[in-house]
Each structure stands twice: as C-alpha cells, then as structure tokens.
Design a protein around this ligand. Sequence first.
Ligand SMILES: [Zn+2]
Length: 558
Amino acid sequence: MIGIVSRPEQRATVEEFFQLFKVPWEFHQEGRRYRVLIVTEPSAAPLSADLNLLFSPGYCPVDGEHGTEVLAADRGSHDLLRTPYGQLPIHTDLCLFRGCPDPIVETTRRTSAGYRVRSGGRTTIRIGFDLFAEVEHLLRGKQGVEHALHPTVEILIATVRRWILEAGIPLLEIPPVPAGFKFISCLTHDVDFMGIREHIFDRSLFGFIYRALFSYSLTDLVSGRASKKLLRNLRALLSLPGIYLGLTADIWNQLDRYLEIEGERKSTFYFLPYKGRPGDRMPGHAGEKRAPGYRSSRYDVQDLKDSIRRLVERGHEVSLHGLDAWCSSERGKDEFDVIRRLAGVDRLGVRMHWLYFSEESPRALDDAGFFYDSTLGYNETVGFRSGTTQVYRLPDCSRVLELPLHVQDTAMLYPARMNLSESDAFTLCQELISKLAIFGGVLTVNWHQRSLGPERNWDEFYLRLLAALDSENVWFATGGQAVRWFMKRRSVSFTRNSPEGTSYGLVSHYADGSGLPDLTVRHYTPDRDPGHPQASSDAAPPFTDTSWSGSGEITLTL
Ligand SMILES: [Zn+2]
C-alpha cells in the first residue's frame, strides 16, 4: 500500500493522480505501516516506509542531515530531467542539489534534481519539485508548446513506478490499456464547413482558390504526387459552377468518404450548433467582444438531419462543436440542446471551435451537463497539452472528463501553423504513436471534416495514419466510448484484505460498461533484492496481465 502525505489543498489532485496511476493507495493514517510513502509535506510525517519518495522544491531536514546544498533552479533555465522514458520538463518550482550522496535524477545541464539515501533498511528518494503541484499544473492544460511532445504526467507515473519496483516492492495496477489492445484511438472530425456551396465570394472561398493553385512549390510538382493534387484542385475549381448550381457533389462534404474509408472504425463528429454566429471572443485576444465573423458557421445544422441520422445509425458519435459553451453554462446548455435533439442522445461531448477555453471553462462545462470535453490540445503544434495520454477529470470539476486532443491535421500541415511536409508530419505522428504504445491511453486525432477533399487533399495522409494505427492493434473508440472505458477503470476500488497489504479485493462500481473492452489488471513482480535493481535503464520490469470485465469482486494476492 502506498501512503500519501500531501498538503491539505492538494487532496483533489492526489485523488486524480491515483485515477491515472491506478494502484492501491490511501492518505497516510497514523499508526499504519506503509511500504511506500509519497510525501510533499515534509513536516507532517516521518519517513518511515521501506521506500520514501520525498518531493519538495524547498529545503528539507534530510538535506541537512546529508550535507547537501539546495539551490533554487532558475525558472527560465529549462533544465530537463533525464529519465529512462525521455526528458522531463518541470513547469513548477524546482530545486537542484549539490554535494548530495547518491545523485539519481540528472538534468540536461548535468546538475542533480534528485538523490537517494539508504539507512537502516529504508530508502529515501529526495526529488527537487512537488509532484502534485506539477501534475495539477499540467492537468489544467498548461504544458508549454516547447514541451509538447513530452507526455509528462505519464513519465512521472512511470518514474514513480520504477522507483517502487527497483526497491523490490511488488505492485498491482490497472494500466490505461484495454485488455487485448495496445491503446485506444479516437478519430474525431470537427465540422467547421459542410459545403463550399455556402461560401460565395467570402474569405473561405478566396482562401480555397489561392491555396488550390499556390500550395505546391516547383519541387513538389516535380514529384508525381503534388502534381496529382494540383490536377485534382484544378478539376475542383472547374467544378465550382456545377456545385453552386447543385449539379455536382460538393467537394467540402466528405461525410460519405469518411464512412467509406473508416469502415468499422467508429469516429466522432463535432457539429456547430448555429449558423451565422461567431460567438464571444477569447479573453486576451485583442479587439471587441465578438469573435471575428469568419468564426461563424455557414451551414445550418438543422439542414443536416439526414446526414446526422445516418452517422448515428452507423455507430458514429455526433457531439457538439461549441461556440460559447466555454464561457457560459447557459449558452452551453442551449448549444447542448440543439445537438442532443438532432443526435437523439442524452450524453454529449464537446470540443470548442478554435479550441476556445479559459480558466472558467471547466466549471461552465460541468454546469451545462456535458459528458466530456475534448478541447485541450494545441492549435499550433501536436502533442500533450495536459501532459497525458489519459482521460482525466478537469480540476475544479465534479463530473466532466477531459479527452485530451493530440493531433490536428491543420496544426501540422497549414502554412500558418507548423507547415510540415506530409512526410515530416507522418514521422511526427509515428513518434506520438510510439509513445502511446509505451504508456497506453488514448490518442485523439482531429481530421477536419473537409480535409479529405480539395484543396487540402489530406486523404492519402489520413489513410496512411489509419494503417499505422491498425498495425499497432488499437481499439478505435468514439469519444464517448473511450470516456466510458476510463470511467469503468476509475470506478474500481481496492480494498486491503490483509494488514500488510499483500492481498486486495477489487470491485468496479460502473454500471454502464456493456460493449466495452475488459480492464487489464497488471501484477508487477520485481527483483526481490533491492540492492541489485534488475531493471536496467531500458528494461521493463516483469509483469503478468489478467483481463477483468469489471463485474463481481476479484481478489488478488501480491
Ligand atoms: Zn472548429
């Protein structure tokens, strides 16, 4: 059993951390014996466990006992911590140690941010930042763009797990991995546009014409692929009169194409609730109260009843692409209602148009009754804005869960964003996929509704991405399904059957688990000799997996 000694204001973050690192734990109770203590409040408890993980960016008595000098790291210095799982950025306060006995956490600038002391059969690992302060910062979606590719929360979890196993302490865990799969992938589509027919002599049309003709450089054109795309764009331009007259299929309506190429993989479509409303402007953006006019939808979702019915009948999810739900629970409720009626479902997810979000958004979404949000991703890059691959509860919320967004087509491929070549963008996606294969969780992709057609022509790329995911054995889930699977995992409680914490009863309290993959119950059996940690820097510690539907109670002995 892991005992936690944290500051009182950290309780909610601690509880959330152990929904992501799903192992038996409790807040430290006087008189109980723990094999592991995680401490962020050094004055509140003795370091009495077999393994004590002491996280604090300030001076602690243990530092003085071992003659270690504590130096505050410069906030702007960007020291990254080296871990076997990659480099770890720390966004909150960090201290470094000089003259410490057994340095174990080195930074990229060769200073030490952690050390180990062993005495009287006990091990203390002293780390120069506050674990729960850092996790809370990340779960608010505040990981800086420069650290986007680090799944920092997952690396922190993996590091804590590794220290426990290296100390020879066995561990029971329900990892974020559905039984029988490597990880989950949510294919999602923001429906910003539903037809070029709606755009006559406006900014979107002129942008389309310009990019259709001038997106490709001469070198692109020498290779056959770009010239094929240019030809496709020219054909699309010539077809515009037919489209406006209603004689030709609209090149910006790609719903059928998605149904065709996604096949049995179920995806999620986020529709804008109103035509012609730009919504309020994000705070901090210069200008008046309204967002720019071109944020408004040119389609009326009420005209799309048949398309929406078809998507729902085929098992896809239809949810809300929010305009003002991020800033007002009243307007959020209205927007919710529009899509709820059309989709014929009671539970709805939301992703905000242009990823609008503020400090108040979690509470507004909670009050409006959304099932989940999937806004926290980057517009300007790809990666882990909340530092995690997992569905989690937004800070200050009682209900709404966050399905973090990781990859956007426009972020990678638009000239004003990263402006990557398709091959560089694909390499980047593979890098993310390889991280998901290590840490589990869910990879959420936003491929905009119109992106398969001209002038973007990102259909070949999307097919390649699907093939890459297929080869990893992922569970393709809608946003709602992925969130439900995580809710099933969150509902599991561990009861200690023996005072030593060697036997546990597991119960899941989730009633809505039908049709979801089983949970994975992972039993780590480390080397019993803590003096010789077997896990060398790359080797994964040995474990056995059992799958569990979550019904009934099971007992597990360590
Ligand atoms: Zn949008």
